[in-house]
Design a protein around this ligand. Sequence first.
Ligand SMILES: C[S@@+](CC[C@H](N)C(=O)[O-])C[C@H]1O[C@@H](n2cnc3c(N)ncnc32)[C@H](O)[C@@H]1O
Length: 152
Amino acid sequence: MVISGAAPSGILDILQPANLTQGMILKQEVLTKQWYTDVLARIRINAFRIELAAGVYEDLLSLASASIEAEAAVGNAIYMLPSFYNHDCDPNTHIVWIENADAKLKALRDIDEGEELQICYIDASMSYDARESLLSQGFGFKCNCLRCMSGD
Ligand SMILES: C[S@@+](CC[C@H](N)C(=O)[O-])C[C@H]1O[C@@H](n2cnc3c(N)ncnc32)[C@H](O)[C@@H]1O
């Protein structure tokens, strides 16, 4: 897991309290099964699959198809700001991986000032039923984007 960018020191308390003692572990006040489940769920929902670290910018479509063909995932990472991006089945941006697991957000169309930036967590070409099932089972939410609301 990579945590990128400046962050307050308390941000990692969810992973391990700053004042962790052996007594707390023995009394199972921390590091419990519920804590472990909570941490895994947070990572699962917020992590990005790093698909391809390219040295130079390439055309988005060829980058995406090369990644799919090669199943070129190089790992998973948590990025502080991108963790706040909501999903949309017709997103206005797309994550492009560049060197060293750094990422750029590429606009897929003109975006108005103040408009929310959204990405697609899954393959947007899937049917409504397949997307609904994957988002529900894999990410734990029912998508309320315009495309899903229209049943497309
Ligand atoms: C990575 S977080 C995105 C940031 C989150 N909305 C927040 O305020 O911290 C993913 C969560 O946001 C919510 N979410 C994202 N996109 C959504 C969508 N299209 N419809 C409904 N909920 C969505 C779901 O609860 C999902 O588990």
